[in-house]
Design a protein around this ligand. Structure first.
Ligand code: NGQ
Ligand code: ZN
Length: 452
């Protein structure tokens, strides 16, 4: 049992709340209750947020691509460096990095992650003896960390729009539709002994890395679970897809696939007004990754247009250059303010920006991850985050200002406790297995750096 001085329930704030947890789910909620002996007592309880988009391995190159070379650096020059970095990674290193990443996510208040997993093969493109070797490594890391996993094996068949061959740097990603089907089956088998709250989806990497025929086949063969795809992140991608398919990426996808609330469109940065409205109407979740989008120079999302059309969104840490839930939400709002020369943009009509962002991202993230969570409500998974409202950054705030404080004024160290499907992984702001995970990570980094 958990007792919270205050909790943000589906219906809104409540005081002195006891939460019953059984089999990883919220079994009962009792407001205006006294704590009983044995209860785990926290200050403020919030729904946990699902981080809907991660490439875990990229965490280990954070800080390595922020140095200007001659000429103009761009998303595409960053991508070349990322390919070179990725090329040497061993399965052991990939596991150690992912464990660190998932631990950091939990400590930041994320309770689940959508791992958009596309490094499948050995250097040069030869499959491992077990073609799902690297999927197993992600599973081990996630299991060790306790995070809720939505695993998204990626179909990456071509090097660029128009079925270009994979480049040298992309050999480790490549699968045709049959290879991909084998990988998904293996990923499904591998998930059997894993926690019940885990889910499997699929992820055609992007329109440029697949083809209309291949995409049609994988969608036909899919047996459920969410579908994630990168889309319209960069102007060049929009131009390449338009030249090839005769329509802009979001426009093409909405016209050619049965896009609905099982879909998560990652980035969706460069859309026309009409695309923005059509995407919102489709029910697809916008998978926004504001820190990475800023880091890579992608551009700001059309927040006001999407919200006006009733669109749903969640957040992802994507390249994992910095894992911070509050900063992710803050960057989203600030990107809008900087573009629009306005304040308090990501909320329709009136109300708290921080609370709106937090609640929307919790619900949108759960939808995108195919996870029965996103609120504190009976029957949902016990994905819960406790923060300390007595922290100096928050102590002067009223209840209805608290999440504005969390998003705009506090550091992630206000997070005290985190439960993922009832697994109590963070206490006193520290992950239970922090020391072991950090030690393995350092060992992995030593071996990696000496191999470069
Ligand atoms: C990714 N990153 O999948 O990690 C991509 C780059 C690619 C972003 N789109 C890789 N931010 O495009 O091949
Ligand atoms: Zn991505």
């Amino acid at each position: 049992m958990i007792h919270a001085k205050q909790a943000l329930l589906r219906e809104g704030w409540a005081n002195n709340v006891r939460i019953m947890v059984a089999d990883g789910r919220i079994a009962g909620i009792e407001p205006a209750a006294k704590p009983l002996e044995g209860d785990h007592r926290v200050d403020t309880l919030l729904p946990g947020i699902g981080n809907l988009h991660s490439h875990a391995f990229q965490r280990a190159m954070a800080g390595m691509t922020e140095r200007r070379a001659a000429g103009r650096d761009s998303f595409w020059s960053w991508r070349d460096l990322m390919y070179r970095f990725m090329d040497r990674l061993t399965p052991e290193q990939i596991e150690a990095i992912a464990a660190l990443v998932y631990m950091e996510m939990l400590e930041a208040g994320y309770t689940a992650v959508g791992e958009f997993h596309y490094v499948h093969h050995q250097r040069g493109g030869l499959p491992y003896d077990d073609p799902a070797e690297l999927t197993s490594r992600i599973y081990s890391a996630a299991h060790h960390s306790g995070i809720g996993l939505t695993h998204l094996p990626v179909l990456y068949s071509y090097g660029g729009a128009g079925k270009q061959a994979l480049s040298e740097g992309q050999q480790r990603f490549g699968n045709d539709v049959d290879g991909f089907a084998g990988l998904v089956s293996a990923a499904r088998r591998g998930m059997t002994p894993m926690p019940d709250d885990w889910t499997l989806g699929i992820a055609p990497h992007s329109l440029r890395a697949t083809s209309p025929e291949d995409l049609g086949r994988v969608l036909e063969e899919r047996t459920g679970g969410p579908v994630h795809i990168h889309i319209a992140e960069q102007p060049k991608e929009v131009a390449d897809i338009s030249d090839w398919l005769g329509a802009r990426p979001v426009e093409w996808l909405l016209d050619n696939a049965a896009v609905n609330a099982n879909w998560c469109l990652i980035h969706a940065t460069h859309m026309t007004g009409a695309e923005t409205q059509a995407m919102a109407k489709s029910g697809a979740i916008a998978g926004l990754c504001p820190i990475t989008e800023a880091n890579l120079g992608d551009g700001p999302f059309n927040g006001p247009g999407f919200l006006d059309a009733g669109g749903a969104f969640g957040i992802g840490s994507d390249s994992n250059v910095n894992i911070s839930l509050a900063e992710e939400l803050r960057t989203l709002e600030y990107s809008q303010r900087l573009r629009d020369l306005a304040r308090n943009v990501m909320v329709q009509n009136s109300g708290s920006v921080g609370e709106t962002l937090f609640v929307s991202a919790a619900r949108g993230g759960a939808l995108a991850l195919g996870r029965a969570s996103g609120d504190i409500a009976t029957g949902l998974l016990a994905d819960l985050v406790a923060i300390d409202s007595t922290d100096p950054a928050l102590c002067a705030l009223r209840q209805d200002q608290l999440l504005d404080g969390l998003v705009f004024a506090a550091k992630d160290n206000v997070v005290t406790d985190v439960w993922a499907a009832g697994r109590h992984m963070v206490r006193g702001g520290r992950h239970n297995a922090r020391d072991a995970i950090v030690t393995s990570y350092r060992t992995a980094m030593d071996s990696l750096i000496s191999s470069l």
